[in-house]
Design a protein around this ligand. Structure first.
Ligand SMILES: [Zn+2]
Length: 178
């Protein structure tokens, strides 16, 4: 497995809509290796999700995993692969929460996201699945699926006043919230 180079904001791949993964890909060892490498890359940079455009692949593919001890999450999310995902919000309710992105290093900002949603996608073998997600899990899904349409979390912020460097977040913001 390899650690992949992460595209940073302003690279065109992050601003272009990604292409659907074709059926033939699932049997291709290179596609399976890509999924494994994305998993490895997500672990290396301690992300909770990674979308293919972030590693310079314009494909509708993302990986997600949230550890049980993640302070932002109420529930552990085991490693999952989202291929050609479609999300449908369940209800109108949105919640504000902090987000960061491996493609926008060192920064965090407050982003409103739908609280609950339905996800329909294919797994890494091309098998369809669907699930309902809420809170932080739903937030991560929305963040990753945005990458597949050329959006980053900055585009979803209501304003830039919450934007903070991670160090200053730990020094000032995080303390205020405790
Ligand atoms: Zn991101």
């Amino acid at each position: 497995m390899s650690i992949l180079k992460v595209a940073r904001i302003a690279h065109p791949v992050l601003r272009s809509p990604a292409k659907s993964v074709p059926k033939a890909a699932f049997k291709d060892p290179l596609f399976q290796k890509l999924v494994d490498d994305m998993r490895e890359t997500m672990y290396e940079y301690e992300g909770v999700g990674l979308a293919a455009p972030q590693i310079h692949e314009g494909l509708r593919l993302a990986v997600i995993e949230v550890a049980g001890d993640d302070e932002r999450s109420k529930a552990e999310v085991p490693f999952m692969v989202l291929v050609n995902p479609v999300i449908t919000p369940l209800g109108e309710e949105k919640a504000n929460g902090w987000e960061g992105c491996l493609s926008i290093p060192d920064l965090r900002g407050v982003v409103p996201r739908f609280k609950r949603l339905k996800l329909e996608a294919l797994d890494r073998d091309g098998k369809p699945y669907s699930l309902e997600a809420q809170d932080f899990f739903a937030r991560v899904i929305q963040h990753e699926c945005d990458h597949l349409d050329g959006f980053v979390y900055l585009d979803r912020m209501q304003g830039m006043r919450s934007l903070t460097f991670i160090k200053e977040f730990e020094d000032h913001v995080h303390k205020d919230e405790e």
